[in-house]
Design a protein around this ligand. Structure first.
Ligand SMILES: *Cc1c(COP(=O)(O)O)cnc(C)c1O
Length: 390
C-alpha cells in the first residue's frame, strides 16, 4: 500500500487539475474595511463584519478585559465547568434582541445549524432544503440520516410539490432555508415558507447569518407579510432562527432562537454543544459588548444595505436586496481575472467559483459595511461597469 502522504499528494494534484485546490492567503484586518496582504493595504469588499463591530473600541476592550479577568480559554465544555455566567447574560440579550423566548449559544454558526438539525431529526423524518442552502445545513441534514431532498431556489411551488409527494410518508418534516443567501444576496419568501410549513405540519429553520437589521429575518423588507402584522416566523412554535456571532456582531460563535422548550432540549441533546469546549470568556464578552453598542446605535444597521444600493445603482446592476451583491461573470477565469484587476487598484473583492456556486456562474461577491467610503464604492462601481463591458 502507498504511504498516506503519497495518496494525499495524488489527491491534491487532482484538486489542482480541477482548479479546486485552496490556498489561504495571509491577511490581517487593520480596520473594519482595510486589509493588509503581502505588505500592501487594500479596501476589502470581502468581509462579513457588516457593522465593523469587531474593531469597535468597546467590543475590543470587553474582550481584553474578560480575558484578563477570566483567562484565555474556557477549560471544559458547557456541561462540565465551561458554563461561565457570561453565557446566561449573552443568551438573555440575544433572546431580547430577537424578540423570542430563548436563545442557545453554540461554538459557531456552523455548529448551531449542525447541532440543531441533528438534535431534531432522525431516520424516519424528512428534510427539504433550498438548493442554495449553506453547507452546514446540508451537512446537518446528511448527518441526521433523514430522507433529504432539495427544492429549486426560492421556488415555493416546487417545495409544495415535494411536500405533497413525500410529507405523508414521514413522521416529522423540517424545511431549511437562509433569510439572506450568502452567495447571491437575495432573500427567501419567509412568509410563504412559514405558511407552507404550517399547512403541511412541517418545521421551518431559517439561517439568518447575513441578517443585519436587528437580525430579525422575519422583519426584513420583502418578506414581511405587511406592516403591523405579527412576524410570520414568530406566529407559532414551529419556526427556528439560527444566527452567528461572527458576522454582524463581530465576534465568534453561533446561536439558535426559539422557545424555552427548544433551548432546554438542545442543551441536553445537541452533540456539537455537549461534546465541545465552551467559548472563551473574551469571545462571549465581545459579543455582549457588540449587542450593547447596537442598542445605543440601532441606526447603524441600515448603512450596509444603503452602501450596497449605492454600488448597484452606480454599477448598473439590479438594486441590492441585502449587503451582499453578486456580479456574475460566468467562467471561473473571468471572475479570477476581474478580482486581480480590482486588486491592482487596491480593492479586495473575492472571486467565487464552483463548487461554492453552480458551474457557469462564477462571480465577484461584494459585501458592504458601514465603514466603506462612498468614494471607494463609486470607484469600484466604475471598474465593475468596465469589467462587464458597459
Ligand atoms: C457564515 C455562515 C454560517 C457559519 O457561521 P459561522 O459562525 O462562521 O460558523 C452559517 N450559515 C450561513 C448562511 C453563513 O453564511
Amino acid at each position: 500500500m502507498p504511504a498516506l502522504d503519497e495518496i494525499l499528494r495524488e489527491r491534491l494534484e487532482w484538486l489542482d487539475e480541477q482548479q479546486l485546490r485552496r490556498r489561504p492567503r495571509q491577511s490581517w484586518r487593520q480596520t473594519a474595511s482595510e486589509i493588509i496582504r503581502d505588505g500592501k493595504r487594500f479596501i476589502s469588499f470581502s468581509c462579513n463584519d457588516y457593522l465593523g463591530l469587531s474593531h469597535h473600541p468597546d467590543v475590543m476592550q470587553a474582550a481584553v478585559d474578560a480575558t484578563g479577568t477570566y483567562g484565555a480559554g474556557a477549560g471544559a465544555s458547557r456541561l462540565i465547568t465551561g458554563e461561565h455566567p457570561l453565557y446566561a447574560e449573552l443568551e438573555q440579550a440575544l433572546a431580547e434582541w430577537q424578540g423570542v423566548e430563548a436563545a442557545c449559544v453554540f461554538g459557531s454558526g456552523y455548529l448551531a445549524n449542525l447541532g440543531t438539525i441533528t438534535a431534531l431529526m432522525e431516520k424516519d423524518d424528512l428534510i427539504l432544503a433550498d438548493r442554495l442552502a449553506h453547507a452546514c445545513m446540508i451537512d446537518g441534514a446528511r448527518l441526521s440520516g433523514s430522507a433529504f431532498k432539495r427544492f429549486a431556489h426560492n421556488d415555493i411551488a416546487h417545495l409544495e410539490s415535494l411536500l405533497k409527494a413525500h410529507r405523508a410518508a414521514h413522521r416529522h418534516c423540517l424545511i431549511l432555508t437562509e433569510s439572506v443567501f450568502s452567495m447571491d444576496g437575495d432573500r427567501a419568501p419567509l412568509a410563504e415558507l412559514a405558511a407552507l410549513a404550517k399547512a403541511y405540519d412541517a418545521w421551518l429553520l431559517v439561517d439568518g447569518a447575513h441578517e443585519i437589521d436587528k437580525h430579525h429575518p422575519e422583519r426584513s423588507e420583502g418578506s414581511r407579510a405587511s406592516d403591523g402584522d405579527p412576524s410570520p416566523l414568530a406566529q407559532n412554535d414551529r419556526n427556528i432562527v439560527v444566527g452567528t456571532l461572527s458576522k454582524t456582531l463581530g465576534s465568534y460563535g453561533g446561536y439558535v432562537c426559539g422557545s424555552k422548550m427548544l433551548v432546554e432540549y438542545l442543551k441536553s441533546t445537541a452533540r456539537p454543544l455537549i461534546f465541545t469546549t465552551a467559548l472563551p470568556p473574551g469571545v462571549i464578552a465581545g459579543a455582549l459588548a457588540a449587542l450593547a453598542v447596537l442598542r445605543v446605535h440601532p441606526e447603524w444597521a441600515a448603512a450596509p444595505l444603503e452602501k450596497a444600493q449605492l454600488f448597484t445603482e452606480r454599477a448598473g446592476l439590479p438594486a441590492a436586496q441585502s449587503a451582499i451583491v453578486p456580479v456574475v461573470l460566468g467562467e471561473a477565469e473571468a471572475a479570477l481575472s476581474a478580482s486581480r484587476l480590482l486588486e491592482a487598484e487596491g480593492f479586495l473583492v473575492s472571486a467565487i467559483r464552483p463548487p461554492t456556486v453552480p458551474l457557469g456562474t462564477s462571480r465577484l461577491r461584494l459585501t458592504f459595511c458601514t465603514q466603506h467610503q462612498d468614494a471607494d464604492i463609486e470607484r469600484v462601481a466604475v471598474m465593475v461597469r468596465k469589467i462587464r463591458g458597459q
